[in-house]
Design a protein around this ligand. Structure first.
Ligand SMILES: Nc1ncnc2c1ncn2[C@@H]1O[C@H](COP(=O)(O)OP(=O)(O)OP(=O)(O)O)[C@@H](O)[C@H]1O
Length: 605
């Protein structure tokens, strides 16, 4: 139940970042507890028995020696003691089994809930904002911080039981002999306080090793996503060297971490012998005089270390609690502006049965007109982006955005789609103002294939459907995307596993699989960013021919003459502004920039 050390020494306030004020850790904890309260209560009761059990052997030991020495109350025999031991042992075993099962159930739900809420938020955010941290850090938050948060659940009952034990044990010791208790406890308390201080330092080392691990995870993530680029640039050696360097740092941090923990533990363990020696020294003389019985000695020897151990354990729990608070802050940063308590909002997890199927996608209202007026998005801290762009798209038409590298084509598409928050202007769909393009410009109204599409590990079919019903649309989509001949050559056709992010496919196949995913949505508007950049001329021509044959309204970035010629309107961008707009033939007559661009488009340079 107690969390392994994961800590950031910075105060929570300095880490709150853009997540805003994070409520007290106890508020999160309470919300998590009430997610599955009966499991939590059962676990708490079982672990209380577990923690309080060590109070019994001391008392029983004393009782046994008192019975043997004839000092016990009349009627108590050795067998009474044996019967209490057996009954207590059985009760403890039952409590541990029940508590473990209840705890596992609660912990898995609590962790699952935090992970579900984190991912839910990330998936709801527009693409460009989804991850404010590196891949390694984000993964580590979803995996490790959610774990630390759930483990903190055990903190509540560990703490309560621990305090009860320490106070109860100390009270028993004081009732037996105040002087011995004080003389023996003071040096032990000093050793434990020193150990606790050393432990605080050890947490910093632990954090360094955690950061080093996140870096290695991040590097591996980057390598996996850039396999093709690494091979193409012949940078294998350099990449492996970097991974090796990251691993070396991690190894050093891990070794330091381990050595420190072992050193502290060994100091702590030797205090057990120190305690027993002290009891002997202090109580020896008094035992000879009969003031201190063998039973008292057994009680002291048993409790002293346990009380001390629990006092030490309390310090550990306080640290764990603080660490979990840091984990909450880190997780809240991933929420990017949502209420921090969103992390622990109650939602079903469907752990025992399949989740209900997604609601059928309603057919979109046919597009009558898309109007973009004075749309502006400038990247914060720069002068780059798009400014004051207006365009009108009529149903069944093809609009092509073109312009030199960096002129703002992708930014324009993403601003229209709401993937970049518009900073000015408006979008109207069939005359109605679109308040939140990020939520509105999605399937089945709009589907989009970005310049660098992202596929997921899984089969081609899964990548095309992405949750849609398998009702024959894959075949239609694959046909439009000119992917069928490629599938015929793959070992399992549509069911071929494509590897992480589609590494087993060529660049052109990745592009067309992503295009098929877009066609399968059967949207009212297709938005494509340089769709055919990785295709050979024949495949590309066939792809555009099939897209145009569907008569779906298109908004595309392209430099290809064939596409520009087919366009009902062309928008030429320069430095984020539209400098010419209209059918290609007219622009070639009226715009010198267009003539230059048409003759030497960037992709053909
Ligand atoms: N996230 C970002 N932050 C800051 N500047 C950006 C960001 N994304 C793009 N830019 C800059 O904004 C400008 C427009 O970029 P954009 O990607 O829209 O150009 P593009 O015309 O699509 O280029 P390409 O033909 O290479 O795809 C460029 O100068 C680019 O460097």
């Amino acid at each position: 139940m107690s969390a392994p050390g994961q800590v950031d020494e910075r105060p929570a306030a300095s880490r709150s970042g853009q997540a805003g004020a994070v409520p007290p850790t106890l508020a999160f904890l309470w919300r998590l507890i009430t997610y599955s309260p009966w499991r939590y209560l059962l676990a708490a009761a079982g672990w209380a028995v577990f923690h309080l059990w060590p109070l019994l052997p001391g008392v029983l030991g004393k009782l046994l020696f008192d019975v043997l020495e004839g000092r016990a109350a009349p009627g108590l025999t050795v067998w009474t003691v044996v019967a209490i031991v057996v009954a207590g042992g059985l009760a403890r075993c039952t409590a541990i089994v029940g508590a473990t099962a209840a705890w596992a159930g609660w912990y898995l739900r609590a962790r699952g809930l935090v992970q579900r809420n984190l991912l839910d938020r990330v998936f709801r955010l527009p693409g460009a904002q989804a991850m404010p941290k590196t891949v390694g850090e984000s993964l580590s938050t979803v995996r490790d911080d959610s774990d630390a948060i759930a483990l903190m659940g055990g903190w509540g009952f560990d703490m309560l039981s621990g305090i009860t034990f320490a106070v109860g044990g100390l009270a028993i010791l004081l009732s037996v002999d105040v002087r011995t208790t004080v003389i023996v406890m003071v040096p032990l308390a000093v050793v434990l306080a020193l150990a606790q201080l050393a432990r605080a330092r050890a947490y910093r080392v632990r954090e360094q090793s955690r950061e080093a691990t996140a870096r290695v995870t991040g590097t591996i993530g980057e390598i996996v996503t850039a396999v093709r680029a690494i091979k193409a640039a012949d940078k294998r050696e350099e990449v492996v060297d970097r991974l090796r360097a990251d691993n070396r740092v991690r190894k050093g941090a891990m070794i330091r971490d381990r050595v420190q923990s072992l050193a502290i533990d060994s100091v702590f363990n030797s205090t057990a012998s120190l305690g027993a020696g002290l009891v002997l020294l202090v109580a020896g003389a008094r035992m000879r005089s009969g003031e201190f019985t063998t039973g008292d000695f057994v009680l002291f020897a048993t409790y002293l270390m346990q009380v001390a151990e629990y006092t030490y354990f309390m310090g550990y729990l306080v640290r764990t609690y603080q660490q979990s608070g840091v984990s909450f802050v880190r997780a809240a940063e991933l929420l990017q502006g949502a209420r921090p308590m969103t992390l622990v909002d109650h939602h079903p997890l469907h752990l025992k049965a399949e989740p209900p199927p997604p609601a059928p996608v309603p057919r979109a209202e046919p597009l009558r007109e898309l109007e973009v007026r004075s749309l502006t998005h400038v990247f914060p801290g720069t002068t780059r982006g798009v400014r004051d762009v207006s365009l009108t798209i009529k149903p069944g038409t093809v609009t092509v955005v073109t312009g030199e590298v960096g002129s703002g084509k992708t930014t324009l598409l993403r601003a229209v789609l709401g993937l970049y928050a518009p900073q000015g202007g408006e979008i109207r769909w069939n005359g109605e103002r679109v308040e939140d393009p990020g939520d509105f410009m999605v399937p089945p109204r709009v589907a989009y294939t970005p310049q660098t599409p992202v596929l997921l590990s899984g089969s081609v079919r899964e990548n095309v459907l992405l949750g849609l019903p398998d009702d024959g649309r894959v075949e239609r989509a694959v046909h439009t995307a000119v992917l069928a001949p490629d599938l015929a050559r793959l070992d399992a056709g549509l069911d071929t596993e494509i590897g992480v992010r589609g590494v087993r496919l060529s660049g052109g196949q990745v592009q067309r699989t992503a295009a098929a995913r877009m066609f399968a949505r059967e949207p009212a508007l297709l938005v494509m960013d340089d769709l055919s950049s990785a295709l050979d001329v024949e495949t590309e021509q066939e792809l555009w021919r099939r897209i145009f044959a569907t008569s779906t309204t298109c908004l595309a970035v392209s430099h290809r003459p064939a596409v520009l010629e087919r366009a009902d309107q062309v928008l030429l961008l320069k430095d984020g502004r539209v400098i010419a707009a209209g059918p290609l033939a007219r622009l070639l007559e009226t715009s010198a920039d267009m003539r230059l661009h048409y003759r030497t488009p960037p992709t053909e340079e």
